[in-house]
Design a protein around this ligand. Structure first.
Ligand SMILES: *Cc1c(COP(=O)(O)O)cnc(C)c1O
Length: 495
């Protein structure tokens, strides 16, 4: 039986369905499986089927209170007919002028970014957790977004029984593509609302709402869908196994060979899922944590010093523009133990920095390598891989590609296959991708997307191509001070 414990309070122990309902543990900790011995498994048992059967195997281990029949049903509901690839997360071999690697495409879901993999799953896990815990209120998800999370969450929660979602985004602060992905979905349980303010205002506003509306309003309880929920993390473990299975199938590795993963990182959720895969027994040699110019994790993994008191850069890989990587707390819990984790998190809140011990750093370094690449290096990677192989990467994937090349140079081109995780479709970031290729912009997102399509000849994902013609159904623009009234009105309308 797997229990989830709070990283900041070992006396809080719950089963997985409760951890998923709660999101964050009381007192600000994150839920983690307390005993990693219980997730150890023979990876052959997981990789023998297709993606959905791998998902069932992994979920059954981590979410053991749901029961196999329910897990079967939830996995089918989460992934059937939602992704444009049979493999869900296909692996593609590609090269630049100097090296060759595999790219794991995580963006074939409804909104063309990797968050779809987890946000297709979380709403179904939450909906089922409601009845398992005799929870009678509807769940209203509140999310602030700078772009990618909002649309993936809207798609994930659309028409899921017992749930609703309101996404707040900064008015004028997201790309046209991102805005249309949020304001055109028409399911009756989803809402997108612009606020007059920036992303930080939206996020602060949502955090305040959780404090100010703690009790259910009209039979509706508030919850969040951000990446600290264990129900978002576990579904991401699956594609590390899927990548390994695809490498064997392609004859690229022999069964048992170790491989490297290179992960474009922001909140440390994606790469944390890779670490759990390793702990389960997947043959992984190293996890390369790729950052953009916001290189707080690179410094941390090289020196043991985490310091968020630094300049914040807006880059062409905006989903990685993060100075506090929340999910790192989970790794600290296992490597540094609960007491040190509490202490480090307190120091981070109070002084903006902390330093782990030499032994702890050595343990981190045994698995993780931290590397960063700037916008210019990412742009070169896009151009270079496209010129070498006609393969087009987005601006987040290209940061990881550039880090993979640096890593290989530094370690003398080891013969270990590297899998670069690709977190967004290039069409989603058409403008920056065109600039990387040295092309003129057209003046609109739709024009830029079409121009990318002309250059590559590859189809624009259906979900993206369609948004420019869909009617806009969410027109609200509100002041930050009106967020509370807005949520209460929407809740009353549901309850
Ligand atoms: C969210 C996101 C990331 C970062 O993933 P984390 O789990 O936060 O580390 C990278 N690329 C894209 C496109 C994303 O949307």
């Amino acid at each position: 039986m797997i229990e989830y414990v709070s990283t900041r309070n070992p006396s809080i122990r719950v089963r997985s369905s409760k951890a998923i309902l709660d999101g964050q543990a009381e007192g600000g900790g994150l839920y983690v499986p307390s005993d990693l011995d219980l997730v150890k498994t023979d990876y052959h048992e997981i990789i023998k089927g297709d993606f959905r059967s791998m998902a069932k195997a992994v979920w059954n281990i981590f979410f053991d209170d749901y029961g196999e029949d329910l897990i079967d049903e939830l996995v089918e509901r989460s992934y059937k007919n939602k992704f444009s690839s049979e493999d869900i997360t296909p692996l593609v071999r590609t090269r630049s002028s100097s090296t060759e690697a595999y790219v794991l495409e995580l963006y074939h879901g409804p909104t063309s970014a990797f968050k779809d993999v987890a946000l297709s799953a979380l709403p179904n896990l939450m909906s089922a957790a409601r009845s398992m815990n005799d929870f009678t209120d509807d769940i209203m998800i509140l999310t602030a977004t700078s772009g990618d999370t909002g649309s993936a969450a809207i798609q994930g929660f659309s028409d899921v029984p017992g749930t609703g979602i309101i996404v707040f985004y900064p008015h004028g602060g997201v790309s046209d593509t991102q805005r249309l992905q949020m304001v055109t979905p028409a399911s009756s349980n989803v809402t997108a609302c612009a606020i007059r303010g920036n992303f930080d205002d939206a996020q602060t506003g949502v955090k305040r709402l959780f404090r100010e509306i703690p009790k259910p309003v009209s039979g509706v309880a508030l919850s969040s869908a951000n990446s600290i929920n264990i129900g978002r993390l576990v579904p991401q473990i699956v594609y590390y196994f899927s990548a390994y299975a695809q490498l064997i199938r392609a004859g690229a590795i022999a069964d048992g060979d170790k491989i490297d993963f290179v992960v474009p990182t922001g909140n440390f959720g994606d790469i944390m899922a890779g670490w759990y895969a390793l702990k389960m027994g997947l043959p992984v040699r190293r996890l390369v944590c790729a950052s953009n110019k916001n290189d707080v994790l690179t410094e941390f993994l090289n020196t043991g010093h985490y310091d968020r008191k630094r300049e914040f850069y807006k880059t062409t890989s905006p989903s990685m523009d993060i100075l506090v990587s929340s999910n790192l707390e989970r790794l600290l819990y296992y490597v540094c133990g609960p007491e040190h984790t509490v202490e480090y998190m307190k120091q981070l809140e109070q002084t903006g920095e902390y330093t782990v011990t030499a032994e702890e750093l050595a343990e981190l370094k045994a698995v993780f390598t931290g590397i960063y690449a700037g916008d210019d290096e990412g742009a070169s990677a896009i151009r270079n891989v496209f010129e070498s192989d006609r393969y087009l990467m987005d601006t987040h994937t290209s940061i990881a590609w550039a880090c993979m090349e640096k890593y290989r140079k530094a370690s003398g081109f080891p013969e270990v296959p590297a899998v670069v995780l690709s977190t967004a479709s290039p069409y989603k970031f058409s403008a920056a991708v065109l600039e990387a290729l040295g092309q003129e912009l057209t003046g609109s997102d739709e024009g830029n997307m079409n121009k990318c399509h002309e250059i590559t000849g590859a189809d624009i994902p259906a979900g993206l191509a369609g948004i420019f013609k869909k009617p806009i159904v969410h027109n609200d623009v509100i002041e930050i001070s009106d967020m509370k009234t807005y949520v209460i009105e929407k809740s009353n309308a549901r309850g």
